[in-house]
Design a protein. Structure first.
Length: 411
């Protein structure tokens, strides 16, 4: 097997962040609906768009042009956002996808749409949801969705509600997790001229509201920035450009968490052996995409980190509870899976290095690569091309910043 190897180095320089996937998914859909064809967004260099955004752009175009098959690749956002949009438009379509996407749950839409004019037909196999056939037209009214499974259900239905003639409400069956992503959806919808009225447990949208064709520039991605923030914690000096300080992206929290690690590291170094190993607990319910990067920071800190409320990570591109723990243990750290999270027992020292199976998961690949810059013997990775899903230029940026990379292929 051919590996990509990242060796010890100190990263330094200026890097411009790729566009926010979270913002871009939503803006592509709103802009395309407004125009009735394709979006017109300022997303910077079109040749370096994340694969997931290319998928969403093509999928919404397919919906609006009346195509019968909507291909969603491995993008959960594309799939869950466009199911209610297609249903509200009365499109009779089949959604398809690859990788782990057919196994990512969709039952919540099936239950929410009962009696609402739409039929969803899944494969007969248990826990397989694609190909998914949709027929009929979604009717306005009251919808009930869980808040603790995936905020993508709420976001997708919110974007679809203005396409129906009558007013609609979404009522949360329980506490909303990843609420920042819903806030982001509401903000993007507002930018495109549609207002969402929100209370503690309910969202209301007026039917017949029209998305406006507006100029929109997609901001930089804090989820991608997290890897460079961690690299700085490991001794780098990377300046990040393209990020909004007032961003609604939930993954802005990486700045606060790494600041906490810095404080813990300084306190522990000052008191030496006299101090007990500190404990930090991180609630990942609102920041699931940060977990692989946070695992690297945790493993390089003389502290115990407990990441909790992260069970939804099992349904990502890999089972990220297992793949994150396997990554840490493979490079000489100490981590284990708990019921709904991870415990990392860190050390204030470089990693030994080793071979990391990325499970073709872009966030595992990027986290392991950053760990390689702080390793004694380097980190070898299986499939590294998976970073194209969210950050196609990651390895070019890593090398531009001084990273030592061997075996790189951009496809």
């Amino acid at each position: 097997m051919e590996y990509l190897t990242v060796s010890r180095s100190v990263l330094s320089g200026v890097v411009c962040m790729p566009i926010s996937k979270s913002v871009a998914h939503r803006a592509v859909i709103c802009s395309a609906i407004a125009r009735g064809t394709e979006d017109r967004l300022d997303m910077g260099d079109e040749t370096s768009l994340p694969d997931d955004i290319r998928i969403t752009r093509e999928a919404i175009r397919s919906v609006l042009s009346g195509e019968k098959e909507i291909f969603c690749g491995e993008s959960g956002s594309t799939l869950r956002f466009l199911i209610p949009v297609a249903a509200a438009l009365g499109c009779n379509v089949v959604f398809t996808g690859t990788g782990r996407l057919p196994y990512r749950p969709l039952r919540e839409y099936y239950e929410a749409f009962i009696g609402k004019g739409v039929e969803l037909i899944y494969p007969c196999s248990e826990n397989v949801f694609l190909p998914l056939e949709i027929s009929g037209r979604l009717m306005p009214g009251g919808f009930i969705l869980p808040g603790d499974v995936s905020s993508q259900y709420i976001s997708g239905l919110l974007m679809a509600l203005p396409l129906m003639k009558g007013d609609s409400t979404i009522t949360l069956a329980n506490k909303l997790e990843s609420s920042g992503y819903v806030d982001l959806t509401i903000s993007v919808m507002r930018d495109f001229g549609v207002e969402v009225y929100r209370t503690a447990k309910e969202f209301r949208v007026s039917g017949g509201d029209k998305y406006s064709d507006v100029d929109f520039k997609v901001e930089g991605d804090y989820s991608a920035a997290a890897f460079w923030v961690v690299a700085n914690y490991l001794g780098g000096n990377v300046v990040l450009e393209g990020l909004r300080s007032d961003s609604l992206q939930g993954d802005r929290k990486i700045i606060e968490i790494i600041s906490n690690y810095n404080d813990m590291r300084k306190a522990k170094r000052n008191c030496g052996l006299r101090c007990e190993q500190p404990v930090l607990e991180i609630d990942a319910s609102d920041i699931p995409d940060l977990v692989p990067a946070l695992c690297i920071a945790a493993a390089a800190t003389d502290a115990v980190t407990r990441i909790c409320k992260a069970s939804r990570l099992r349904l990502k591109e890999s089972d990220r509870l297992l793949s994150s723990v396997a990554m840490i243990n493979a490079i000489g750290g100490e981590a284990e899976v708990t019921g709904d999270g991870i415990i990392i027992r860190g050390k204030d020292a470089p990693f030994a290095g080793g071979i990391v199976d990325t499970f073709s998961d872009h966030r595992i690949a990027m986290a392991a690569s950053v760990a390689g810059t702080y390793s004694t013997n380097g980190v070898k990775l299986t499939d590294h091309t998976c970073v194209a899903k969210s950050y196609p230029g990651f390895y070019e940026d890593l090398m531009m910043l001084g990273g030592k990379v061997d075996g790189f292929s951009n496809r």
